[in-house]
Write a protein that binds this ligand. Structure first.
Ligand code: GLC
Length: 498
């Protein structure tokens, strides 16, 4: 009998929950287990399914670039390339107090942001958990909850002290609503469709800014909704505020999407609005929808197809479903379930815990990849603690290799999206910075390196000119800067109200 080994550690799941693990290895011989050779054979199969060659990536980039152009030329395309009515870059001199409300994929956040100019700011914030029910119930109720949280935040942060709201002080609010909304002006946005598993009723096709204003009225708050923005647009502006080399912003979180600054003259579908063709406007690509419905360009495995078919929006967000944190754990779980069904894994053990859809958090993939121990004690911990399953070293090595394949594919596909924007805008020679944010980018080990490696596979050595970095908080700070920019435009009589 091998000596027992212990491992311990703690980690945070995407949901914010912190888990402590204490593990002890078991005698590996008392249950039937797959041999090292069997696991290696299986791994080869998955390697060929999940690996993207540079040639394949270049083909995807080509199709992606055409799709971006199409979205700019014609309205209502699958990748909608949404004009945001955020005109040009911030000067870095924006100043003042602003409120920001951030309805992302997992949490609701309220922030008080003080912009100090010179690219500097201060922020205080409170996070509120969203329940699964809130994501699915009536939309107006969801916005009422947002207004209620804002109300609580304002009440708790009002006082005479430094960084506090003064009693009765009226503040402009930037609302970061990170779902595809088509906008006619900056304080308007018709929800095209929910993404990231949301499904609140009576909201798709409606102006969410208007719905939110109705909720604000219920609380009689001294707050004016100044701008409705997407998290990518906020990230673009916030990142440029502190690093003017930034030309593109990408979110790798529960969802995946990008924004960049476009020349108004190149947005053919806006021509009829008569906006100064010399101006620039941020575009929220909503690239998560690339290849939706038709599935012509992306390499989908049968696991990706199951994820899609069993989602609340089959056919939609095809690109996002291969990349974002909401889905990677589920893809890996489906592979494991297949091997259980084939009698390869966990013979004689009860696997019901692992059979529950979405029980395998994407944070597990990053933990498995970063397990520093030879025995892979963290992986033992995950499987025993969460799924009551015993594993052998050969199996654990296989799980880790599988996580790597799925994580690497996500990063390389992301490079294709970035490369498409770079090609379209001609940024390759001069190079550019890409502000990136989201749990996958910030917490998944090696994700950024794999994106960079992917860019070099696509562009060769010049790919090094495109560098991603951890962006500024777009949904908080970005939203405040955009509210400030909007106020400035209005004061200068430049407000575009069409
Ligand atoms: C989803 C949303 C998009 C958002 C992204 C990242 O793709 O549709 O609006 O930017 O997730 O949060």
């Amino acid at each position: 009998m091998p000596a027992s080994r212990r491992g311990s550690g703690s980690f945070t799941l995407l949901t914010g929950q912190t888990i402590a693990i204490h593990t002890r290895t078991q005698d590996e011989e008392d249950l039937p287990h797959a041999t090292k050779k069997t696991m290696a054979d299986h791994l080869r199969k998955y390697e060929s399914l999940f690996t993207l060659t540079p040639q394949r990536m270049r083909m995807i980039v080509e199709a992606f670039t055409e799709t971006l152009e199409l979205g700019l030329n014609k309205p209502n395309q699958i990748v909608p390339m949404i004009p945001t009515f955020v005109f040009g870059w911030p000067t870095g001199q924006e100043k003042g107090d602003f409120l920001a409300l951030d309805l992302g994929g997992t949490n609701l956040r309220v922030c008080l942001v003080t912009l100090q100019g010179d690219g500097k700011f201060e922020i205080s914030q409170t996070k509120y958990r969203l329940t699964e029910e809130q994501k699915q119930e009536d939309g107006q109720k969801l916005f009422d909850f947002c207004a209620e949280c804002l109300n609580t935040f304002v009440e708790t942060n009002t006082g005479e002290g430094e960084g506090q709201l003064k009693p009765g002080q009226s503040l402009p609010l930037g609302f970061t609503f990170s779902y595809p909304c088509s906008q006619e002006r900056i304080d308007h946005g018709e929800l095209i469709r929910w993404t990231k598993g949301f499904g609140a009723g009576n909201t798709e096709g409606r102006d969410v800014a208007e719905m939110f204003k109705q909720s604000l009225e219920k609380f009689q708050l001294p707050i004016k909704l100044t701008a409705l923005i997407n998290d990518t647009t906020g990230t673009l502006i916030a990142s440029h505020y502190v690093n003017p080399k930034t030309k593109i912003a990408v979110i790798f979180g529960t969802g995946c999407n990008a924004a960049y600054m476009e020349h108004v003259k190149d947005i053919a579908k806006m021509e009829h609005l008569g906006i100064d063709p010399g101006a620039d406007m941020a575009i929220n690509c909503e690239w998560g929808a690339f290849d939706s419905f038709e599935h012509e360009h992306l390499p989908r495995t049968k696991y990706d197809i199951i994820v899609d078919d069993t989602s609340n929006k089959p056919g939609e967000q095809a690109f996002e479903k291969l990349i974002s944190g909401r889905y990677l754990g589920e893809i890996l779980r489906l592979v494991l379930c297949e091997l259980i069904d084939e009698g390869v894994l966990f013979l004689g053990q009860n696997t019901y815990k692992l059979e529950k859809p979405y029980c395998f958090d994407t944070a597990f993939l990053s933990l498995m990849e970063s397990d520093p121990t030879d025995e892979l004690l963290m992986i033992i911990g995950i499987f025993t603690h969460f799924f009551a399953l015993e594993t052998t070293l050969a199996e654990r090595q296989f799980f880790r290799a599988l996580a790597k394949l799925i994580g690497r594919r996500a990063a390389r596909l992301s490079s294709c999206g970035i490369a498409a924007i770079v090609s379209k805008m001609g940024y390759l020679e001069e190079g550019c910075s890409v502000g990136a944010d989201g749990s996958l980018y910030n917490k998944y080990p090696g994700f950024a390196d794999r994106v960079h490696e992917g860019l070099q596979d696509i562009f060769g050595d010049k790919g090094r000119n495109i560098v991603t970095y951890h962006a500024e908080d777009g949904s908080g700070v970005g939203s405040a800067i955009i509210a400030a920019m909007t106020k400035h435009r209005k004061d200068a009589g430049l407000y575009v109200n069409v």
